[in-house]
Design a protein around this ligand. Sequence first.
Ligand code: NAD
Length: 260
Amino acid sequence: MFAGKIAIVTGSTSGIGLAIAEALAAKGATVVLNSFSDTEKDHALAAGIAARYGVEAAYIRADMAKPAECRALVELAARRFGRADILVNNAGIQFVAPVEEFPVERWDAIIAINLTSAFHTIAAAVPHMRKAGFGRIVNIASAHGLRASPNKSAYVAAKHGLVGLTKTVALELAGRGVTCNAVCPGFVLTPLVETQIIDRMAETGLDRETTIRDVILQKQPSKQFASLEEIAAATLFLASPEAAQVTGTTLSVDGGWTAQ
Ligand code: NAD
């Protein structure tokens, strides 16, 4: 489905980003993996994907907290592979605290990585997409891009901002073969959520199972985590040729959370 296409996935050494990169490669895309580190393990991840799926894959280090590095990621990928067809803005971090105690440095990091990085990668990718007359931008937002929860001021602000950015970019590129959409996952069991489970268990004194059901998944009516494969499948649909007229929208994969 994606043979001949180049896909850049930010924050793709773990969790949702890695699952999306794997799924794109499995359907024939050349994939660019990314994170802020530069270890043998990072490069081995890309080599493993290339070997497993018979595609080209590269790891490019870039810190999504740094505007110049966000833009350089896209430019390096486009130079190496000659195009930038699919951009998945996935890199994200979380921090939980009441607004009056929220550390300024955590606020700045969350806004930079979860929101501003997407502005920079999109700005760098759009000229390539316009020139090719084809592009698919998928921003991994969250149910928190559509609804709020207490103690997540920076994350909720960044994800609402990302949904707004998605709609604006969609309008700017409508009719040019380039779409921009957001996937809004509910809770998915990844390292980002594992930290929250451990913190909430410590706070409440509840066991793991009860904490997951009654605290973490309190707002998710299905009482089930969304799976990595389900988030990847939603992303691949938005990146597919069949989604040409789907633009400026959000696709919720949240067990019913935002139906409430
Ligand atoms: P994760 O912690 O497993 O993975 C995050 C990835 O981002 C890692 O590869 C990490 O190395 C990378 N990253 C972090 N800081 C970076 C930086 N400065 N520069 C480059 N890369 C960086 O998290 P995840 O749960 O897979 O989350 C992925 C995305 O999905 C995030 O945007 C998150 O907000 C969103 N999301 C997650 C959930 C969930 O329940 N897990 C729900 C809704 C939305």
